[in-house]
Design a binder for this molecule. Sequence first.
Ligand SMILES: Nc1ncnc2c1ncn2[C@@H]1O[C@H](COP(=O)(O)OP(=O)(O)OP(=O)(O)O)[C@@H](O)[C@H]1O
Ligand SMILES: [Mg+2]
Length: 305
Amino acid sequence: MSPTPQTVPLPALPDGLTFLDIVTEWDPAVSYQDWRPQILVPKTFRPLAAPRTVVLANQKGGAAKTTSTVELAAALAAMSHRVLVIDADPQRAALSAWLLPVYPEGLAAADCRTLTDVFFGDATLAEAAHPTNFERIHIVPSGTTLGRVESDRPVGAETCLREEIEAVRDRFDVVLIDAGPTLGLLTVAAMTAADDVVIPTLASGLDIEGVDDLQDTIDRVRRRLNPKLSVRAVLITVWDKSTVARDMATAMTDRYPDAIVAPVRRSTRAKEAPAAKEPTRLYEPTAAPVRDYDQIARLLLPKAI
Ligand SMILES: Nc1ncnc2c1ncn2[C@@H]1O[C@H](COP(=O)(O)OP(=O)(O)OP(=O)(O)O)[C@@H](O)[C@H]1O
Ligand SMILES: [Mg+2]
């Protein structure tokens, strides 16, 4: 791997910002008008310890999986964690187009290693992990033909990522895998490699139903490939004050009583950040989602060092 170039540090948030209140259960007595966004941290929740591999999964498109991957990576890097993000989306490669990999000088992007090469045995994960413009964040880009993993099913694909991540364990405190909007082989491989699942979801009735299929896949992976996998957080993304957001929060707590359930508030700044090729944390540090992801990151993985 090439030496890390000069990178931009991600700032700690300015003093004086308010964070969301933390509760241990939802209070059904609070009327809708008085309801404010809060984070539910159940009494049974124990913070995670690095090194940790987390998959952000939901087969519903547009649930903010990629956004949550980038913003959590930025929040964790600002806390001094060394973060590796893996773009496991075979369709859009949105992560690789946002946190741009910095390839070794003189090498064309087409000649650089990607996740596709890792699955087909042509590169190790270490060879496919490239620095980004941001201090402490590396990325494994997806590659243009990642979809071939689903069609060609290379030998050992289900466990490939787990073995490869194990080999880079001492270089990264946190590995975040951005799964695509499918429950195919790549998502199964990501879940097999992960310790934890974070489910970003929009607040809508249809999205609640979609979580059943996701849970079936998690159960299947748990039974056959990775018994320790567990859902640690549900993020209710692009959050607006609405009855449906509140119903979603309650439904998710019923389903995942040991998981954090947290809103991530809507902000046009978060929508603009991908085009600026930087996390919202740099683009507009005072935007509400920056605070929300910062708080979620601190709850999930308090800084150990
Ligand atoms: N907090 C937010 N406020 C406003 N817009 C947001 C917020 N979070 C995400 N978005 C927007 O929602 C859209 C979907 O987000 P994103 O691409 O992260 O979802 P995804 O689950 O990764 O989608 P896909 O399934 O296609 O991979 C994007 O346009 C993104 O900018
Ligand atoms: Mg995505």
